[in-house]
Design a protein around this ligand. Structure first.
Ligand code: NAP
Length: 681
C-alpha cells in the first residue's frame, strides 16, 4: 500500500536517513488516520555500530562524569522548552495529557534526576571507586580497590511502544553519563514521537558526535556486530526479550543483556483494611489509576488485585462504581479520563488475552465488545472499556500468567497472609508489588514474604498516601526491573543504573600504584608532607596525597571536664572512674570521642582566611581505641580525593583523617570534607 504519511527517518552515522522502500503505515490510535510510515530499509547497521564505537565512544571519553551529566541537564532544559510539540504529537498515540506527562516530562525529569545524582555521588573523573579499599597484605604494601570504568562499546536500546519518550530517556541518561554511546530502537507503533524528540535532541547540538543514533523500523543484522564491550538493554514482551537474549552473537560474546519484560504485578489489600476506611479507598483509587493510566499499557500496572476473600464483594462493588465514572474517548476532549490503546492491533491482542482469562475468571465489570466513546469511534480508534475479572478458582493459572496489556485487572481472593504471599509469588517474578495496609505486623509479614519476588515494593497507608508516587511509577532514584518473568534486569536506581554501562574491575597492587591510577588516596601510599599547609592552597593546587602531620597534644582530665561542661555530655564513662572501669570497653575515665574530633581539628587547621572555605561534612567515622587522660594524640590529615564542582566557584576536597596515640595506634579514622575555592576570591 502506498501512503502519503510522513516517512520516519533514522539517525545513523551522523546523518538523517530516509528509507527508499515503502514501510509499515502507522495509524493514529484515536481515529485511524495514517500518521507515519516506518522502515529501516537501507540502513547499514554495521556502520552504525562502528560509528558509535569509533566516533561516539572516543568523543564521550573526552569528558568526565560531571561534564556529561551537565550536558544532560542542558539537554533536559532544551527539551522542556519544546514540550508542547511533544504533547501535540503524543495525542496520536492515544494518550491523555496526564499519560503524556509521565512519558514526556517524566522522561525529561529522568535526565535532570540522573544528572544531579551523578554530580553528587560520582567523582568528576573517568574512574568510579566502588566500596572501600581492601587490605590484602600484612604490611599493607599490597592492597585492593574495586573500580568502575566506562565500557568501550555501544548501548543498543530496544524499547516498547508504550513510553516512546521516557523509554528512550531512562536508558539514554545513564549510558550517556557512563560515557557509552546509544543506538535507540523505539517500538514501531509510536516511533513517530521518539523520532520527533530525537530530532530536537540532535538539533540542540548539545551532544558530542556519535552519542546517539536512532533506528526507526527493524534492527536488521544489528546484533550480529556486537561484542563483549556492548550492552543490549531490552524492554518489551518476554517472548521477544528471550528470543533476542538467545541471539548467537549475544551468547557467544557474552554481550551484556538487560531485559525488562512483562510482569503480572500484584497489589495486596491487607486483612486489616475495612470497607469505608481510608486505606480501602486508597486501594480502589490505586487500582483505578493503574487500570486507566495509559489505558493500562504500563508494564507496572496492577494486573492482579489480591484481596481477602471476605472483602472481595466490597472491592468488586467499589471498583465497579469508580470505573463506571471513567469516560473513554478522544483525549482532546477535557472530560475524557482514559484514552485509546496504541493501535487496533494492540486492542486485538488485549481482547484475545481477555478471552483466555475468561476461561477461568468471571467478567464482573466492562464489556470487551463495546464501549461508549466520547468524541470518537471505536471502529476507527483503539478504544476499549476497562475490564475487571474475578478469579473464581485457586487453580486458575491464567490470571498469574496472561498479561492483557491494557485496562484489565483480575481480583483474586485470599484466605490469610501465607496464601496472599503464595499467590503473589505465582506471578513468577514481577517488576512491582504494592500492599495497602495500616497494620505494621501485616506489612512486615507480607513485605518480607513477597520482596524476593519483586524488584520494587510500595507499602501505602494514610501516612504516606498524599505524597506517595503510587504503585506504577518507576522513579529515577529507585531501581526499575524485577526477577524471573519480569526479565531479571535492573535499570535506574540512581548511580546503580550508570554502573550497568561500566565494567567493575578489582585493582590490586601497591598503594602508590593504585593511588596513581585512581586519583584516590589509598592508605599506605606515599604522602606529600613537604608542602605548604594545604589549607593555604586553592582547589587546583591541592594534590591527592598532600598531608599535614600535626603537632602532638596531651589529653588531660581538665580537657575532659571542660568538654563535658561545654557540651553537656556528662556520660558516666567520661566522668566517673569506677563506673567507667565496670564498662567492658574502658579501663577508666575516657575522653569523649567528639573531644578528640574537636581537638584534631585544632591540630590540623590553618586558621587564617584563605582558600579553604568550610567544613562541609564528616563521613565514615570510627573510634578504634579509647584515649585516656595522659595519652597524647597526633593527626595525619591527607588529601584523599578532589571533586571539582563545575557549576560552583569551589570544589570539594575529601581528607583522610587519622588520630593516632603516642604508640602510633589508630584511635579514630574518618573523612573530613571541605569546600575549597577554585578561583581567587
Ligand atoms: P515487543 O513486541 O516485545 O517489542 C519490544 C521491542 O522489541 C520493540 O521495539 C520491537 O520493535 C522490538 N522487536 C520485536 N522483535 C524484534 C526483533 N526480532 N529484533 C529486534 N527488535 C525486535 O513489546 P511491545 O509490544 O512493544 O511492548 C509491550 C510489552 O512490553 C508488554 O508485554 C509490556 O509488559 C512490556 N513492557 C515492559 C516494560 C518493563 O520495563 N519491564 C516496559 C514497557 C513495556 P517493533 O515495535 O518494531 O516490533
Amino acid at each position: 500500500m502506498t501512503s502519503t504519511a510522513n516517512k520516519l527517518q533514522s539517525y545513523a552515522v551522523g546523518e538523517w536517513h530516509t528509507s527508499s522502500a515503502s514501510g509499515v503505515v502507522l495509524n493514529s490510535a484515536i481515529d485511524g488516520v495514517a500518521v507515519a510510515e516506518i522502515s529501516s530499509t537501507g540502513l547499514d547497521f554495521k556502520d552504525m555500530v562502528s560509528f558509535a564505537r569509533n566516533v561516539g565512544n572516543p568523543a564521550l571519553a573526552k569528558y568526565t562524569f560531571h561534564q556529561r551529566a551537565l550536558m544532560l541537564k542542558e539537554l533536559g532544559a532544551y527539551l522542556m522548552e519544546r514540550k508542547e510539540l511533544f504533547y501535540e504529537c503524543s495525542k496520536a498515540t492515544g494518550a491523555t495529557r496526564s499519560d503524556s506527562w509521565v512519558d514526556i516530562e517524566g522522561g525529561i525529569g529522568t535526565l535532570f534526576a540522573m544528572s544531579s545524582k551523578a554530580r553528587i555521588e560520582m567523582p568528576n573523573s573517568q574512574v568510579f571507586i566502588d566500596g572501600s579499599q581492601e587490605r590484602l597484605s600484612r604490611n599493607g604494601t599490597f592492597t585492593g580497590q574495586h573500580v568502575y570504568t566506562p565500557l568501550r562499546g555501544v548501548a543498543i536500546q530496544i524499547n516498547a511502544f508504550n513510553f516512546p519518550c521516557w523509554g528512550m530517556l531512562e536508558k539514554f541518561a545513564p549510558s550517556f553519563i557512563a560515557g557509552v554511546p546509544s543506538i535507540v530502537k523505539p517500538g514501531s507503533q509510536t516511533a513517530f514521537l521518539t523520532e520527533l524528540m530525537v530530532k530536537h535532541i540532535i538539533e540542540s547540538g548539545i551532544l558530542p558526535p556519535g552519542s546517539l543514533q536512532l533506528i526507526c523500523g527493524s534492527t536488521g543484522d544489528l546484533l550480529d556486530h556486537l561484542t563483549y564491550e556492548d550492552v543490549v538493554s531490552f524492554t518489551g514482551s518476554a517472548t521477544t526479550g528471550l528470543m533476542l537474549k538467545q541471539h548467537p552473537v549475544v551468547m557467544r560474546e557474552n554481550t551484556r543483556y538487560v531485559m525488562e519484560a512483562d510482569s503480572l504485578n500484584c497489589s495486596i489489600l491487607g486483612t486489616d483494611v475495612e470497607p469505608g476506611s481510608v486505606e480501602f479507598d486508597l486501594y480502589i483509587k490505586e487500582i483505578v489509576r493503574e487500570m486507566t493510566g495509559k489505558a493500562g499499557q504500563k508494564c507496572t500496572a496492577i494486573r492482579r488485585a489480591i484481596v481477602p476473600a471476605s472483602k472481595i464483594d466490597a472491592v468488586a462493588e467499589a471498583l465497579s462504581a469508580k470505573l463506571s465514572k471513567i469516560t473513554v474517548g478522544n483525549p482532546d476532549n477535557e472530560t475524557v479520563r482514559m484514552g485509546a490503546l496504541a493501535g487496533l492491533q494492540q486492542r486485538a491482542d488485549v481482547l484475545s488475552a481477555v478471552d483466555k482469562l475468561r476461561e477461568n475468571s468471571e467478567l464482573i465489570f466492562g464489556d470487551p465488545s463495546t464501549v461508549d466513546v466520547v468524541d470518537g469511534n471505536s471502529d476507527l480508534g483503539a478504544f476499549m472499556s476497562p475490564i475487571v475479572m474475578l478469579s473464581n478458582s485457586s487453580k486458575d493459572a491464567a490470571a498469574h500468567d496472561i498479561e492483557a496489556f491494557g485496562p484489565v485487572s483480575t481480583l483474586i481472593p485470599y484466605s490469610d497472609n501465607e496464601d496472599a504471599i503464595a499467590l503473589a509469588a505465582r506471578g513468577r517474578g514481577s517488576l512491582v508489588g504494592s500492599l495497602i495496609t495500616n497494620d505494621k505486623d501485616n506489612a512486615r509479614e507480607i513485605a518480607l514474604g513477597i520482596a524476593p519476588h519483586h524488584g520494587r515494593l510500595v507499602i501505602i497507608n494514610q501516612a504516606c498516601a498524599k505524597e506517595s508516587t503510587g504503585h506504577g511509577s518507576p522513579l529515577p532514584q529507585m531501581i526499575h526491573g524485577g526477577p524471573g518473568r519480569a526479565g531479571g534486569g535492573e535499570e535506574l536506581g540512581g548511580v546503580r543504573g550508570i554502573k550497568h554501562f561500566m565494567q567493575r574491575t578489582a585493582l590490586q597492587g601497591s598503594p602508590d600504584m593504585l593511588t596513581a591510577i585512581t586519583d584516590y588516596y589509598m592508605q599506605g601510599a606515599s604522602r606529600n608532607t613537604d608542602t605548604i599547609h594545604p589549607f593555604k592552597k586553592r582547589f587546583e593546587e591541592i594534590e591527592v596525597g598532600d598531608t599535614v602531620i600535626s603537632e602532638t597534644r596531651e589529653i588531660t582530665v581538665e580537657d575532659i571536664e571542660q568538654f563535658a561542661a561545654l557540651s553537656g555530655d556528662v556520660f558516666y564513662a567520661h566522668m566517673d572512674e569506677e563506673a567507667a572501669k565496670r564498662n567492658p570497653f574502658f579501663d577508666g575515665r575516657v575522653a569523649h570521642g567528639y573531644l578528640l574530633i574537636a581537638a584534631a581539628a585544632g591540630l590540623f587547621v590553618w586558621p587564617g582566611e584563605g582558600p579553604c572555605l568550610a567544613n562541609t561534612g564528616l563521613e565514615n567515622l570510627s573510634f578504634q581505641k579509647p584515649v585516656y587522660p595522659g595519652d597524647t594524640i597526633q593527626v595525619q590529615f591527607t588529601c584523599k580525593q578532589k571533586k571539582d564542582r563545575l557549576t560552583e566557584v569551589w570544589g570539594e576536597v575529601r581528607w583522610d583523617t587519622t588520630i593516632v596515640n603516642q604508640n602510633g595506634e589508630v584511635c579514630a579514622n574518618y573523612d573530613v570534607l571541605t569546600g575549597v575555592a577554585n578561583v581567587e576570591k
